[in-house]
Design a protein around this ligand. Sequence first.
Ligand code: KG4
Length: 314
Amino acid sequence: MISLGIEGTAEKTGVGIVDSDGNILAMAGKQLFPEEGGIHPRLAAEHHAEWIPKLIPQAIEESGLSYDDIDLISFSQGPGLGPALRIVATSARSLALSLKKPIIGVNHCIGHVEVGKLDTGAVNPVSLYVSGGNSQVIAYESGRYRIFGETLDIAVGNCLDHFGRETGLGHPGGPVIERLAKKGSYVDLPYVVKGMDFSFSGLLSAAIREVQKGTPMEDVCFSLQETAFAMLVEVTERALSHTQKDEVMLCGGVSANSRLREMLRTMSEEHGAKFYMPEMKLCGDNGVMIAWLGLLMCKEFGPMDLNDTRIIQK
Ligand code: KG4
């Protein structure tokens, strides 16, 4: 079976093609870079409307296949920005109708986990999925994927990006904060883990206040990272203890951060668990993960009804 996947939950448009053996036949993508501020849902939707029709033929050409060879159209059904999801769902339906192919909508977060397993060889990990829009600790347990912990407000990537914008570091904030943090030392910031969930909005406000008070930027960046990442690692550690699994996987765009990787790897090794991280091009949003999860789900449950118009917003 050959699956073509369309991704577009946030600011990245992606189209990927995979076969049943997990070979990646094509991976095309285009990211929207906002001129100012964060990601506006309408602009993200317009970006997808412009790029999906360009990326589909590009991916077909890259794969060396013809449209006839495609057996399944997979698309990211959510969670994500409502207007963006509607464009993706409509594009996928139009393609499925015109090619007379089956269609399946899939969960974006599980897409990250499944493509991570494909790439790393992890079998059944506890996954920390951290990006600009999502922060979740996910594991497959008792017959289905379950969320063991998640953010109570904003995603960790959003926290870093918002901090970057408010303090003049620019967007996206994550990479700049990582660089500055290397020269910083610790100042106290609020650490919020409630049960198995974490919260970043209070931490964000406190970090911005520190900068306004004149605390050196390097120190705030260091402390912001240490605090936010310790919260994520604590919840992953608890999920690992609870599930008694022996694998941990880090995925999503924030996994580019070497300090987060180091902290999660150390925790995993202390518990005798193997630590995995997919290659970076598969960590960010992409069409391949949607194509792959669609293929897995279709094999297990069959395609969805073309008239099913559900989308899963946050
Ligand atoms: O998964 P992703 O590519 O897409 C979205 O969710 O939109 O993740 C993007 C996020 C942004 O918040 C960005 O700041 C963060 O990943 N990021 C990083 C680093 N590189 C990218 N965060 C921390 N350290 C980095 N080096």
